[in-house]
Design a binder for this molecule. Structure first.
Ligand code: DMJ
Length: 643
Protein backbone atom coordinates (compact mmCIF):
# COMPACT_ATOMS: atom_id res chain seq x y z
CA UNK A 1 0.00 0.00 0.00
CA UNK A 2 1.29 3.51 -0.83
CA UNK A 3 0.01 6.69 0.64
CA UNK A 4 -0.17 9.62 -1.72
CA UNK A 5 -2.84 11.81 -0.23
CA UNK A 6 -5.73 11.81 2.20
CA UNK A 7 -7.02 8.43 1.06
CA UNK A 8 -4.93 5.30 0.56
CA UNK A 9 -4.45 3.96 -2.96
CA UNK A 10 -3.16 0.56 -3.92
CA UNK A 11 -0.18 -0.38 -6.14
CA UNK A 12 -1.34 -2.45 -9.11
CA UNK A 13 0.67 -5.21 -10.77
CA UNK A 14 0.54 -6.72 -14.30
CA UNK A 15 2.23 -10.08 -14.57
CA UNK A 16 4.06 -9.30 -11.34
CA UNK A 17 5.44 -6.01 -12.62
CA UNK A 18 4.33 -2.84 -10.80
CA UNK A 19 2.27 -0.54 -12.96
CA UNK A 20 3.17 3.14 -12.51
CA UNK A 21 0.38 4.99 -10.68
CA UNK A 22 -1.25 7.49 -12.93
CA UNK A 23 -4.96 7.73 -12.06
CA UNK A 24 -5.97 11.20 -10.65
CA UNK A 25 -9.67 10.55 -9.76
CA UNK A 26 -11.70 7.98 -7.68
CA UNK A 27 -13.69 5.17 -9.13
CA UNK A 28 -17.54 5.43 -8.67
CA UNK A 29 -17.49 2.69 -5.98
CA UNK A 30 -14.86 4.59 -3.98
CA UNK A 31 -16.84 7.83 -4.31
CA UNK A 32 -19.89 6.02 -2.91
CA UNK A 33 -17.94 4.82 0.13
CA UNK A 34 -16.63 8.34 0.83
CA UNK A 35 -20.15 9.74 0.51
CA UNK A 36 -21.51 7.17 2.97
CA UNK A 37 -18.79 7.99 5.54
CA UNK A 38 -19.64 11.71 5.46
CA UNK A 39 -23.38 11.12 5.73
CA UNK A 40 -22.94 8.82 8.75
CA UNK A 41 -20.68 11.32 10.45
CA UNK A 42 -23.21 14.11 9.89
CA UNK A 43 -26.07 12.10 11.34
CA UNK A 44 -24.09 11.23 14.47
CA UNK A 45 -23.02 14.83 15.07
CA UNK A 46 -26.35 16.55 14.58
CA UNK A 47 -28.43 13.72 16.01
CA UNK A 48 -26.64 13.96 19.35
CA UNK A 49 -27.91 17.48 19.88
CA UNK A 50 -31.50 16.43 19.32
CA UNK A 51 -31.19 13.63 21.86
CA UNK A 52 -29.99 15.95 24.64
CA UNK A 53 -32.70 16.10 27.35
CA UNK A 54 -32.63 19.89 27.36
CA UNK A 55 -33.62 19.89 23.66
CA UNK A 56 -36.35 17.41 24.30
CA UNK A 57 -37.90 19.62 26.97
CA UNK A 58 -37.90 22.65 24.69
CA UNK A 59 -35.59 25.53 23.88
CA UNK A 60 -32.53 25.29 21.68
CA UNK A 61 -29.54 27.57 22.02
CA UNK A 62 -30.77 28.72 25.40
CA UNK A 63 -30.91 25.13 26.68
CA UNK A 64 -27.42 24.36 25.47
CA UNK A 65 -26.22 27.42 27.32
CA UNK A 66 -28.09 26.30 30.45
CA UNK A 67 -26.37 22.90 30.48
CA UNK A 68 -23.01 24.60 29.94
CA UNK A 69 -23.73 27.03 32.74
CA UNK A 70 -24.70 24.27 35.14
CA UNK A 71 -21.53 22.37 34.40
CA UNK A 72 -19.55 25.53 34.97
CA UNK A 73 -21.20 26.08 38.34
CA UNK A 74 -20.63 22.53 39.41
CA UNK A 75 -16.95 22.84 38.60
CA UNK A 76 -14.57 21.73 35.92
CA UNK A 77 -13.55 18.52 37.61
CA UNK A 78 -17.00 17.12 36.91
CA UNK A 79 -15.79 16.61 33.40
CA UNK A 80 -12.05 16.75 33.89
CA UNK A 81 -11.20 14.22 36.57
CA UNK A 82 -8.65 15.15 39.23
CA UNK A 83 -5.11 13.89 38.69
CA UNK A 84 -4.42 10.33 39.79
CA UNK A 85 -3.18 10.08 43.37
CA UNK A 86 0.31 8.93 42.42
CA UNK A 87 0.82 12.24 40.62
CA UNK A 88 -0.14 14.33 43.58
CA UNK A 89 2.75 13.69 45.90
CA UNK A 90 3.45 11.82 49.09
CA UNK A 91 0.72 10.41 51.28
CA UNK A 92 -0.12 13.39 53.51
CA UNK A 93 -0.95 15.41 50.40
CA UNK A 94 -3.49 12.96 49.08
CA UNK A 95 -6.11 15.58 48.42
CA UNK A 96 -3.79 18.34 47.35
CA UNK A 97 -5.90 19.42 44.41
CA UNK A 98 -8.73 20.27 46.77
CA UNK A 99 -6.59 21.82 49.46
CA UNK A 100 -4.65 24.09 47.16
CA UNK A 101 -7.70 26.07 46.26
CA UNK A 102 -8.73 26.30 49.93
CA UNK A 103 -12.31 25.47 49.14
CA UNK A 104 -14.99 24.86 51.68
CA UNK A 105 -14.98 21.10 52.22
CA UNK A 106 -18.77 21.08 52.14
CA UNK A 107 -18.84 22.61 48.70
CA UNK A 108 -16.34 20.03 47.58
CA UNK A 109 -18.56 17.40 49.09
CA UNK A 110 -21.52 18.63 47.11
CA UNK A 111 -19.52 18.30 43.95
CA UNK A 112 -18.74 14.70 44.76
CA UNK A 113 -22.41 14.16 45.37
CA UNK A 114 -23.24 15.63 41.98
CA UNK A 115 -20.74 13.34 40.34
CA UNK A 116 -22.36 10.39 42.01
CA UNK A 117 -25.77 11.54 40.93
CA UNK A 118 -24.73 11.92 37.32
CA UNK A 119 -23.39 8.41 37.31
CA UNK A 120 -26.51 7.06 38.94
CA UNK A 121 -28.77 8.73 36.46
CA UNK A 122 -26.67 7.58 33.55
CA UNK A 123 -27.31 10.71 31.55
CA UNK A 124 -26.49 14.39 31.71
CA UNK A 125 -29.51 16.09 33.11
CA UNK A 126 -30.24 19.15 35.16
CA UNK A 127 -27.33 19.74 37.51
CA UNK A 128 -28.78 21.63 40.44
CA UNK A 129 -26.22 22.46 43.10
CA UNK A 130 -27.68 22.24 46.62
CA UNK A 131 -27.95 25.60 48.31
CA UNK A 132 -25.20 25.48 50.87
CA UNK A 133 -24.53 29.17 50.62
CA UNK A 134 -25.48 29.81 54.21
CA UNK A 135 -23.19 27.18 55.59
CA UNK A 136 -20.07 28.73 57.00
CA UNK A 137 -17.09 28.56 54.71
CA UNK A 138 -13.61 27.64 55.86
CA UNK A 139 -12.61 31.24 56.24
CA UNK A 140 -15.70 32.44 58.06
CA UNK A 141 -15.54 29.46 60.39
CA UNK A 142 -12.06 30.47 61.49
CA UNK A 143 -11.77 31.93 64.97
CA UNK A 144 -15.51 31.98 65.35
CA UNK A 145 -17.33 32.57 68.57
CA UNK A 146 -19.79 29.70 68.62
CA UNK A 147 -22.49 31.68 70.32
CA UNK A 148 -22.35 34.64 67.96
CA UNK A 149 -22.09 32.49 64.91
CA UNK A 150 -25.12 30.46 65.87
CA UNK A 151 -27.47 33.16 64.64
CA UNK A 152 -25.93 33.11 61.17
CA UNK A 153 -26.06 29.40 61.08
CA UNK A 154 -29.57 29.00 59.82
CA UNK A 155 -29.66 27.04 56.63
CA UNK A 156 -32.42 25.65 54.51
CA UNK A 157 -32.96 22.01 55.31
CA UNK A 158 -30.91 20.16 52.77
CA UNK A 159 -31.01 16.44 52.51
CA UNK A 160 -27.93 14.98 51.01
CA UNK A 161 -28.70 11.50 49.79
CA UNK A 162 -26.64 8.40 50.26
CA UNK A 163 -23.65 8.23 47.96
CA UNK A 164 -21.99 5.40 46.16
CA UNK A 165 -19.06 4.08 48.10
CA UNK A 166 -16.54 5.34 45.57
CA UNK A 167 -17.99 8.84 45.50
CA UNK A 168 -17.52 10.08 49.03
CA UNK A 169 -17.49 13.77 49.79
CA UNK A 170 -14.13 15.00 50.95
CA UNK A 171 -14.28 16.16 54.55
CA UNK A 172 -10.57 16.67 54.67
CA UNK A 173 -8.39 19.73 54.39
CA UNK A 174 -8.09 21.98 57.42
CA UNK A 175 -4.50 22.94 56.59
CA UNK A 176 -3.43 25.51 59.14
CA UNK A 177 -1.71 28.72 58.04
CA UNK A 178 1.08 27.99 60.50
CA UNK A 179 3.80 25.80 59.02
CA UNK A 180 4.71 24.31 62.42
CA UNK A 181 1.12 23.19 62.90
CA UNK A 182 1.11 21.65 59.42
CA UNK A 183 4.30 19.72 60.12
CA UNK A 184 2.99 18.51 63.45
CA UNK A 185 -0.23 17.39 61.83
CA UNK A 186 1.75 15.40 59.28
CA UNK A 187 3.54 13.75 62.17
CA UNK A 188 0.25 12.77 63.81
CA UNK A 189 -0.95 11.35 60.54
CA UNK A 190 2.19 9.26 60.33
CA UNK A 191 1.46 7.99 63.85
CA UNK A 192 -2.00 6.95 62.74
CA UNK A 193 -0.52 5.13 59.81
CA UNK A 194 1.90 3.29 62.08
CA UNK A 195 -0.88 2.29 64.49
CA UNK A 196 -3.19 1.24 61.69
CA UNK A 197 -0.69 -0.62 59.50
CA UNK A 198 0.41 -2.74 62.42
CA UNK A 199 -3.14 -3.53 63.36
CA UNK A 200 -3.76 -4.60 59.78
CA UNK A 201 -0.56 -6.65 59.71
CA UNK A 202 -0.93 -8.47 63.02
CA UNK A 203 -4.52 -8.30 64.21
CA UNK A 204 -6.82 -7.68 61.26
CA UNK A 205 -10.43 -8.38 62.26
CA UNK A 206 -9.52 -8.82 65.93
CA UNK A 207 -10.64 -6.20 68.40
CA UNK A 208 -7.32 -4.64 69.27
CA UNK A 209 -3.61 -5.11 68.69
CA UNK A 210 -0.93 -6.36 71.05
CA UNK A 211 1.94 -4.39 69.55
CA UNK A 212 4.74 -6.22 71.32
CA UNK A 213 3.36 -9.75 71.01
CA UNK A 214 2.22 -8.80 67.50
CA UNK A 215 -1.12 -10.50 67.83
CA UNK A 216 -4.79 -9.75 68.45
CA UNK A 217 -6.19 -8.61 71.78
CA UNK A 218 -9.69 -8.53 73.16
CA UNK A 219 -10.98 -6.86 76.30
CA UNK A 220 -14.02 -8.27 78.09
CA UNK A 221 -16.11 -5.25 77.09
CA UNK A 222 -16.23 -6.69 73.57
CA UNK A 223 -17.23 -10.16 74.75
CA UNK A 224 -15.34 -13.17 73.49
CA UNK A 225 -15.83 -12.40 69.81
CA UNK A 226 -13.48 -10.65 67.41
CA UNK A 227 -15.61 -7.74 66.28
CA UNK A 228 -12.97 -5.64 64.58
CA UNK A 229 -13.24 -2.95 67.27
CA UNK A 230 -10.21 -1.07 65.95
CA UNK A 231 -11.75 -0.99 62.48
CA UNK A 232 -15.12 0.29 63.66
CA UNK A 233 -13.55 2.79 66.01
CA UNK A 234 -10.76 3.93 63.68
CA UNK A 235 -12.62 4.26 60.38
CA UNK A 236 -13.66 7.89 60.67
CA UNK A 237 -10.15 8.92 61.72
CA UNK A 238 -8.81 7.31 58.55
CA UNK A 239 -11.39 9.21 56.57
CA UNK A 240 -10.71 12.56 58.19
CA UNK A 241 -6.97 12.14 57.70
CA UNK A 242 -7.51 11.39 54.01
CA UNK A 243 -6.13 7.84 54.24
CA UNK A 244 -8.26 6.68 51.38
CA UNK A 245 -6.81 3.25 50.66
CA UNK A 246 -6.91 2.25 54.30
CA UNK A 247 -10.43 3.59 54.63
CA UNK A 248 -11.61 1.61 51.66
CA UNK A 249 -10.12 -1.60 52.98
CA UNK A 250 -11.77 -1.04 56.35
CA UNK A 251 -15.09 -0.11 54.77
CA UNK A 252 -15.08 -3.32 52.75
CA UNK A 253 -14.44 -5.32 55.90
CA UNK A 254 -17.47 -3.70 57.50
CA UNK A 255 -19.57 -4.38 54.42
CA UNK A 256 -18.46 -7.95 53.84
CA UNK A 257 -17.09 -9.44 57.05
CA UNK A 258 -18.78 -7.83 60.01
CA UNK A 259 -21.58 -10.13 61.08
CA UNK A 260 -23.27 -9.23 64.33
CA UNK A 261 -25.31 -12.43 64.20
CA UNK A 262 -22.12 -14.32 65.04
CA UNK A 263 -21.78 -12.67 68.43
CA UNK A 264 -22.79 -15.19 71.08
CA UNK A 265 -21.32 -13.59 74.19
CA UNK A 266 -22.16 -10.69 76.50
CA UNK A 267 -20.95 -7.30 75.34
CA UNK A 268 -21.06 -3.87 76.96
CA UNK A 269 -24.06 -1.85 75.79
CA UNK A 270 -22.24 1.41 76.46
CA UNK A 271 -18.99 0.48 74.72
CA UNK A 272 -20.73 -1.00 71.70
CA UNK A 273 -22.87 2.09 71.43
CA UNK A 274 -20.15 4.73 71.71
CA UNK A 275 -17.53 2.90 69.65
CA UNK A 276 -19.45 0.87 67.09
CA UNK A 277 -22.81 2.57 66.64
CA UNK A 278 -21.16 5.98 67.04
CA UNK A 279 -18.35 5.06 64.65
CA UNK A 280 -20.72 3.78 61.99
CA UNK A 281 -23.03 6.79 62.27
CA UNK A 282 -20.12 9.19 61.93
CA UNK A 283 -18.99 7.37 58.79
CA UNK A 284 -22.52 7.50 57.42
CA UNK A 285 -22.74 11.23 58.05
CA UNK A 286 -19.33 11.87 56.53
CA UNK A 287 -19.74 9.71 53.45
CA UNK A 288 -23.43 9.01 52.91
CA UNK A 289 -22.58 5.36 52.34
CA UNK A 290 -25.65 3.44 53.52
CA UNK A 291 -23.55 0.44 54.51
CA UNK A 292 -22.58 2.39 57.61
CA UNK A 293 -26.12 3.42 58.51
CA UNK A 294 -27.38 -0.11 58.08
CA UNK A 295 -24.60 -1.58 60.20
CA UNK A 296 -25.26 1.00 62.90
CA UNK A 297 -28.89 -0.04 62.89
CA UNK A 298 -28.12 -3.77 62.98
CA UNK A 299 -25.81 -3.29 65.94
CA UNK A 300 -28.22 -0.99 67.77
CA UNK A 301 -31.02 -3.51 67.28
CA UNK A 302 -28.90 -6.03 69.15
CA UNK A 303 -28.66 -3.59 72.06
CA UNK A 304 -32.40 -3.05 72.38
CA UNK A 305 -33.14 -6.10 74.61
CA UNK A 306 -30.97 -4.48 77.30
CA UNK A 307 -33.71 -1.87 77.75
CA UNK A 308 -36.27 -4.51 78.75
CA UNK A 309 -36.06 -3.82 82.47
CA UNK A 310 -38.91 -2.76 84.79
CA UNK A 311 -37.82 0.87 84.59
CA UNK A 312 -36.48 0.99 81.05
CA UNK A 313 -33.02 1.83 82.41
CA UNK A 314 -30.82 -0.54 80.38
CA UNK A 315 -28.58 -3.19 81.83
CA UNK A 316 -24.84 -2.98 81.27
CA UNK A 317 -24.34 -6.20 79.33
CA UNK A 318 -26.36 -7.84 76.59
CA UNK A 319 -25.98 -11.11 74.76
CA UNK A 320 -26.42 -10.50 71.04
CA UNK A 321 -27.52 -14.06 70.41
CA UNK A 322 -30.00 -14.73 73.21
CA UNK A 323 -30.98 -11.14 73.98
CA UNK A 324 -30.50 -11.74 77.70
CA UNK A 325 -29.05 -8.85 79.63
CA UNK A 326 -27.57 -8.28 83.07
CA UNK A 327 -25.56 -5.89 85.17
CA UNK A 328 -21.98 -6.26 86.35
CA UNK A 329 -21.62 -8.53 89.35
CA UNK A 330 -19.20 -6.11 91.00
CA UNK A 331 -21.70 -3.26 91.15
CA UNK A 332 -23.37 -3.04 94.51
CA UNK A 333 -27.05 -4.04 94.45
CA UNK A 334 -27.16 -4.89 90.74
CA UNK A 335 -27.31 -1.26 89.69
CA UNK A 336 -26.78 0.18 86.25
CA UNK A 337 -24.06 2.82 85.89
CA UNK A 338 -24.82 6.49 85.25
CA UNK A 339 -22.04 7.03 82.70
CA UNK A 340 -23.22 3.96 80.77
CA UNK A 341 -27.01 4.32 80.55
CA UNK A 342 -26.55 8.09 80.36
CA UNK A 343 -24.33 7.93 77.28
CA UNK A 344 -26.69 6.64 74.63
CA UNK A 345 -28.61 9.76 73.76
CA UNK A 346 -26.64 11.19 70.82
CA UNK A 347 -26.31 7.95 68.90
CA UNK A 348 -29.90 6.76 69.42
CA UNK A 349 -31.43 10.11 68.55
CA UNK A 350 -29.41 10.40 65.38
CA UNK A 351 -30.10 6.79 64.45
CA UNK A 352 -33.83 7.48 64.65
CA UNK A 353 -33.45 10.47 62.38
CA UNK A 354 -31.46 8.67 59.71
CA UNK A 355 -33.55 5.51 59.73
CA UNK A 356 -36.95 7.09 60.30
CA UNK A 357 -37.55 4.61 63.14
CA UNK A 358 -38.53 6.19 66.44
CA UNK A 359 -37.74 3.23 68.69
CA UNK A 360 -34.18 4.32 69.43
CA UNK A 361 -35.12 7.86 70.38
CA UNK A 362 -38.00 6.60 72.50
CA UNK A 363 -35.62 4.47 74.56
CA UNK A 364 -33.33 7.34 75.46
CA UNK A 365 -36.11 9.85 75.93
CA UNK A 366 -37.52 7.46 78.48
CA UNK A 367 -34.19 7.33 80.34
CA UNK A 368 -34.22 11.10 80.43
CA UNK A 369 -37.71 11.09 81.89
CA UNK A 370 -36.82 8.59 84.62
CA UNK A 371 -33.87 10.78 85.61
CA UNK A 372 -35.94 13.94 85.57
CA UNK A 373 -38.50 12.41 87.91
CA UNK A 374 -35.95 11.27 90.48
CA UNK A 375 -34.87 13.28 93.51
CA UNK A 376 -31.22 14.24 93.28
CA UNK A 377 -29.34 14.34 96.58
CA UNK A 378 -28.00 17.91 96.82
CA UNK A 379 -28.82 18.27 93.13
CA UNK A 380 -26.21 15.61 92.32
CA UNK A 381 -26.55 12.41 90.32
CA UNK A 382 -25.22 9.27 92.05
CA UNK A 383 -23.22 6.88 89.86
CA UNK A 384 -25.58 3.94 90.44
CA UNK A 385 -29.25 3.41 89.64
CA UNK A 386 -31.14 0.18 90.14
CA UNK A 387 -32.97 -0.70 86.90
CA UNK A 388 -35.52 -2.85 88.76
CA UNK A 389 -36.57 -0.47 91.52
CA UNK A 390 -35.70 2.84 89.89
CA UNK A 391 -33.87 3.89 93.05
CA UNK A 392 -30.38 5.28 93.38
CA UNK A 393 -27.73 2.87 94.61
CA UNK A 394 -24.78 4.00 96.73
CA UNK A 395 -24.44 7.75 96.82
CA UNK A 396 -21.09 7.95 95.10
CA UNK A 397 -20.64 10.86 92.73
CA UNK A 398 -17.94 11.43 90.18
CA UNK A 399 -17.21 13.40 87.06
CA UNK A 400 -14.59 10.73 86.31
CA UNK A 401 -15.18 6.97 86.04
CA UNK A 402 -18.85 5.92 86.33
CA UNK A 403 -20.22 9.45 85.91
CA UNK A 404 -18.23 11.33 83.25
CA UNK A 405 -19.96 11.07 79.90
CA UNK A 406 -23.47 11.35 81.36
CA UNK A 407 -22.73 15.04 81.95
CA UNK A 408 -21.06 15.29 78.56
CA UNK A 409 -24.18 14.02 76.79
CA UNK A 410 -26.45 16.53 78.50
CA UNK A 411 -24.55 19.42 76.94
CA UNK A 412 -24.03 17.65 73.65
CA UNK A 413 -27.66 16.55 73.26
CA UNK A 414 -28.55 20.21 73.43
CA UNK A 415 -25.88 21.06 70.85
CA UNK A 416 -26.86 18.19 68.56
CA UNK A 417 -30.47 19.38 68.56
CA UNK A 418 -29.31 22.82 67.40
CA UNK A 419 -30.00 24.12 70.89
CA UNK A 420 -33.62 23.09 70.85
CA UNK A 421 -33.39 20.42 73.54
CA UNK A 422 -33.46 22.97 76.35
CA UNK A 423 -34.31 20.34 78.92
CA UNK A 424 -30.87 18.81 78.35
CA UNK A 425 -29.09 22.16 78.69
CA UNK A 426 -31.01 22.90 81.87
CA UNK A 427 -30.07 19.53 83.33
CA UNK A 428 -26.46 20.22 82.41
CA UNK A 429 -26.40 23.65 84.01
CA UNK A 430 -28.16 22.40 87.14
CA UNK A 431 -25.83 19.44 87.53
CA UNK A 432 -22.76 21.66 87.05
CA UNK A 433 -24.03 24.10 89.67
CA UNK A 434 -24.29 21.22 92.16
CA UNK A 435 -20.90 19.80 91.17
CA UNK A 436 -19.24 23.20 91.48
CA UNK A 437 -20.77 23.62 94.90
CA UNK A 438 -19.92 20.19 96.30
CA UNK A 439 -17.03 18.74 94.30
CA UNK A 440 -14.94 21.55 92.86
CA UNK A 441 -11.85 22.12 95.02
CA UNK A 442 -8.61 24.07 94.92
CA UNK A 443 -5.40 22.58 96.31
CA UNK A 444 -3.08 24.29 98.77
CA UNK A 445 -0.89 25.37 95.87
CA UNK A 446 -3.73 26.60 93.75
CA UNK A 447 -4.60 23.69 91.47
CA UNK A 448 -8.30 23.35 90.76
CA UNK A 449 -9.76 19.83 90.58
CA UNK A 450 -12.98 17.86 90.87
CA UNK A 451 -13.04 15.64 93.94
CA UNK A 452 -15.23 12.54 94.14
CA UNK A 453 -17.95 12.11 96.74
CA UNK A 454 -18.75 9.02 98.79
CA UNK A 455 -21.88 9.77 100.81
CA UNK A 456 -21.04 13.46 101.25
CA UNK A 457 -17.39 12.68 102.03
CA UNK A 458 -14.98 14.07 99.44
CA UNK A 459 -12.17 11.92 98.17
CA UNK A 460 -9.48 14.24 96.84
CA UNK A 461 -8.77 12.23 93.77
CA UNK A 462 -9.35 12.98 90.12
CA UNK A 463 -9.36 10.42 87.30
CA UNK A 464 -7.66 10.89 83.98
CA UNK A 465 -11.16 10.25 82.62
CA UNK A 466 -12.39 13.40 84.40
CA UNK A 467 -9.97 15.53 82.40
CA UNK A 468 -12.44 15.70 79.51
CA UNK A 469 -14.36 18.19 81.66
CA UNK A 470 -11.99 21.06 80.84
CA UNK A 471 -12.98 20.93 77.19
CA UNK A 472 -16.63 20.31 77.99
CA UNK A 473 -16.90 23.37 80.22
CA UNK A 474 -15.13 25.46 77.60
CA UNK A 475 -17.73 24.32 75.09
CA UNK A 476 -20.53 25.09 77.54
CA UNK A 477 -19.13 28.59 78.04
CA UNK A 478 -18.80 29.43 74.36
CA UNK A 479 -22.14 28.09 73.22
CA UNK A 480 -24.36 30.09 75.55
CA UNK A 481 -23.84 33.44 77.25
CA UNK A 482 -25.41 33.43 80.66
CA UNK A 483 -24.45 34.09 84.24
CA UNK A 484 -22.47 30.84 84.31
CA UNK A 485 -20.41 31.23 81.13
CA UNK A 486 -17.50 33.17 82.64
CA UNK A 487 -17.26 30.75 85.50
CA UNK A 488 -17.36 27.81 83.07
CA UNK A 489 -14.43 29.21 81.10
CA UNK A 490 -12.41 29.94 84.19
CA UNK A 491 -12.91 26.40 85.51
CA UNK A 492 -12.25 24.97 82.04
CA UNK A 493 -8.87 26.70 81.91
CA UNK A 494 -7.95 25.71 85.44
CA UNK A 495 -8.98 22.07 85.12
CA UNK A 496 -7.06 21.76 81.85
CA UNK A 497 -4.03 23.28 83.55
CA UNK A 498 -4.30 20.80 86.42
CA UNK A 499 -4.54 17.89 83.99
CA UNK A 500 -1.47 19.18 82.19
CA UNK A 501 0.30 19.30 85.57
CA UNK A 502 -0.58 15.64 86.13
CA UNK A 503 1.43 14.90 82.96
CA UNK A 504 4.19 17.37 83.63
CA UNK A 505 4.91 15.96 87.09
CA UNK A 506 5.96 12.57 85.73
CA UNK A 507 9.30 11.68 84.16
CA UNK A 508 7.53 10.22 81.12
CA UNK A 509 5.42 13.38 80.61
CA UNK A 510 2.35 11.16 80.33
CA UNK A 511 -0.28 11.26 83.05
CA UNK A 512 -1.48 8.60 85.48
CA UNK A 513 -4.90 6.95 85.54
CA UNK A 514 -5.80 8.89 88.71
CA UNK A 515 -4.08 11.59 90.72
CA UNK A 516 -4.59 12.88 94.21
CA UNK A 517 -4.31 16.04 96.21
CA UNK A 518 -2.91 15.67 99.72
CA UNK A 519 -0.58 17.62 101.92
CA UNK A 520 2.74 17.62 100.10
CA UNK A 521 1.58 15.83 96.95
CA UNK A 522 -0.59 17.38 94.29
CA UNK A 523 -1.74 16.06 90.92
CA UNK A 524 0.25 12.86 91.45
CA UNK A 525 -0.85 9.24 91.76
CA UNK A 526 -0.13 7.68 95.12
CA UNK A 527 -1.19 4.05 94.71
CA UNK A 528 0.53 1.63 92.33
CA UNK A 529 -2.86 0.79 90.84
CA UNK A 530 -3.28 4.41 89.73
CA UNK A 531 0.01 4.90 87.92
CA UNK A 532 -0.71 3.41 84.53
CA UNK A 533 -1.41 5.19 81.24
CA UNK A 534 -3.39 3.31 78.60
CA UNK A 535 -3.21 5.78 75.69
CA UNK A 536 -6.28 7.60 76.94
CA UNK A 537 -7.43 10.77 75.16
CA UNK A 538 -9.13 12.97 77.78
CA UNK A 539 -6.30 15.40 78.51
CA UNK A 540 -5.55 15.87 74.82
CA UNK A 541 -9.29 16.16 74.17
CA UNK A 542 -9.42 19.17 76.47
CA UNK A 543 -6.36 20.69 74.80
CA UNK A 544 -8.22 20.36 71.49
CA UNK A 545 -11.39 22.11 72.67
CA UNK A 546 -9.51 24.77 74.55
CA UNK A 547 -7.32 25.54 71.56
CA UNK A 548 -10.32 25.78 69.25
CA UNK A 549 -12.22 27.96 71.70
CA UNK A 550 -9.48 30.28 72.94
CA UNK A 551 -6.75 30.06 70.28
CA UNK A 552 -4.21 30.10 73.10
CA UNK A 553 -1.15 28.46 71.58
CA UNK A 554 -0.12 26.86 74.85
CA UNK A 555 -2.65 24.10 74.23
CA UNK A 556 -0.93 23.21 70.96
CA UNK A 557 2.39 23.17 72.78
CA UNK A 558 1.06 20.92 75.53
CA UNK A 559 -0.35 18.57 72.89
CA UNK A 560 3.08 18.46 71.26
CA UNK A 561 4.65 17.49 74.58
CA UNK A 562 2.24 14.56 74.64
CA UNK A 563 3.13 13.58 71.06
CA UNK A 564 6.82 13.50 71.94
CA UNK A 565 6.16 11.46 75.06
CA UNK A 566 4.01 8.99 73.12
CA UNK A 567 6.74 8.60 70.55
CA UNK A 568 9.40 8.11 73.18
CA UNK A 569 7.66 5.68 75.51
CA UNK A 570 4.65 4.16 73.76
CA UNK A 571 5.77 3.65 70.18
CA UNK A 572 7.11 0.21 69.36
CA UNK A 573 7.91 -1.30 65.98
CA UNK A 574 4.57 -3.16 66.17
CA UNK A 575 2.31 -0.23 67.10
CA UNK A 576 1.56 1.79 70.26
CA UNK A 577 1.39 0.43 73.78
CA UNK A 578 0.21 1.71 77.14
CA UNK A 579 2.52 2.03 80.15
CA UNK A 580 2.33 0.36 83.53
CA UNK A 581 3.90 3.17 85.53
CA UNK A 582 4.28 6.70 84.24
CA UNK A 583 6.58 7.54 87.16
CA UNK A 584 9.25 5.13 86.04
CA UNK A 585 12.14 6.45 83.93
CA UNK A 586 12.02 3.24 81.90
CA UNK A 587 8.35 2.31 82.10
CA UNK A 588 7.16 -1.20 81.42
CA UNK A 589 4.75 -1.47 78.53
CA UNK A 590 1.32 -3.10 78.77
CA UNK A 591 1.25 -4.44 75.21
CA UNK A 592 -2.21 -3.13 74.26
CA UNK A 593 -3.06 -0.65 71.53
CA UNK A 594 -6.50 0.51 72.63
CA UNK A 595 -9.02 1.19 69.89
CA UNK A 596 -9.73 4.61 71.40
CA UNK A 597 -6.14 5.59 70.69
CA UNK A 598 -7.07 5.63 66.99
CA UNK A 599 -10.62 6.89 67.48
CA UNK A 600 -9.86 9.67 69.92
CA UNK A 601 -6.27 10.37 70.94
CA UNK A 602 -4.87 10.60 67.43
CA UNK A 603 -7.99 12.28 66.04
CA UNK A 604 -7.90 15.07 68.61
CA UNK A 605 -4.17 15.51 68.06
CA UNK A 606 -4.75 15.78 64.32
CA UNK A 607 -7.55 18.28 64.78
CA UNK A 608 -5.62 20.47 67.20
CA UNK A 609 -3.10 21.10 64.40
CA UNK A 610 -5.84 21.65 61.79
CA UNK A 611 -7.68 24.88 61.26
CA UNK A 612 -11.30 25.24 62.35
CA UNK A 613 -12.77 24.35 58.98
CA UNK A 614 -12.07 20.67 59.52
CA UNK A 615 -15.07 19.49 61.51
CA UNK A 616 -16.21 22.90 62.65
CA UNK A 617 -17.71 22.91 66.13
CA UNK A 618 -20.53 24.97 64.65
CA UNK A 619 -21.62 21.98 62.59
CA UNK A 620 -20.42 18.83 64.35
CA UNK A 621 -20.63 17.44 67.84
CA UNK A 622 -18.24 14.69 68.90
CA UNK A 623 -19.65 11.74 70.74
CA UNK A 624 -17.75 10.56 73.79
CA UNK A 625 -15.55 8.37 71.58
CA UNK A 626 -14.71 11.36 69.32
CA UNK A 627 -16.98 10.22 66.51
CA UNK A 628 -18.32 13.38 64.87
CA UNK A 629 -22.09 13.55 64.51
CA UNK A 630 -23.74 16.37 62.55
CA UNK A 631 -25.73 19.11 64.23
CA UNK A 632 -29.33 19.04 63.15
CA UNK A 633 -30.57 21.94 61.06
CA UNK A 634 -27.16 23.48 60.40
CA UNK A 635 -25.16 20.65 58.93
CA UNK A 636 -26.21 19.40 55.49
CA UNK A 637 -24.52 16.10 56.25
CA UNK A 638 -27.24 15.29 58.78
CA UNK A 639 -28.87 13.09 56.11
CA UNK A 640 -32.18 12.78 57.90
CA UNK A 641 -34.45 10.07 56.51
CA UNK A 642 -37.28 11.33 54.36
CA UNK A 643 -39.66 8.57 55.40
C1 DMJ B 1 -13.42 6.19 75.76
O1 DMJ B 1 -13.91 4.95 75.37
C2 DMJ B 1 -14.51 7.18 75.91
O2 DMJ B 1 -13.97 8.45 75.90
C3 DMJ B 1 -15.31 6.98 77.16
O3 DMJ B 1 -16.27 7.96 77.35
C4 DMJ B 1 -14.43 6.93 78.37
N1 DMJ B 1 -13.17 6.40 78.19
C5 DMJ B 1 -12.59 5.97 76.98
C6 DMJ B 1 -11.19 6.44 76.76
O4 DMJ B 1 -10.48 6.73 77.86
Amino acid sequence: MTVTGILPTYQRFVNGVPVPFSRRSFRPREKYVVFLVFVTFGIVCFGTFFFLPEFRTGGTAESVYKVYDQIKRAGPDLLIPPPPLENIGEAPKLLRHEEDVKEDPHIIGDRAKLRAKIEQDGELKVLERPDVGKIKTSSTAKHSNLEESHAENFVNRIIIPAAQSNHYPLITGGDDDDIVARERRDKVREMMKHAWDNYVRYAWGKNELKPISKSGHSASIFGAMPLGATILDGLDTLYIMGMEEEFKQARDWVANELDVEQVVSDVSVFEVNIRFVGGMLACFALTGDTVFRDKAQQIADKLLPAFNTPTGIPSALVNFKSGTSKNYGWVNGGSSILSEFGTLHLEMTYLSDVTGKQIYRNKVDHIRKVLQDLDKPNGLYPNYLNPKTGKWGQHHMSIGALGDSFYEYLLKAWLQSNKEDNEARQMFDDSMAAIFQHMLKTSTNGLMYFAELKFDRPEHKMDHLACFSGGLLGLASKTLSNEQSNKYMKVAEEITRTCHESYDRTPTKLGPESFRFTEGSEARALKTSEKYYILRPEVIESYFYMYRLTKDNKYREWAWEAVQALEKHCRTPGGYTGLKNVYSEEPQQDDVQQSFFLAETLKYLYLIYSDDSLLSLDEWVFNTEAHPLPIKGVNPFYRESTH
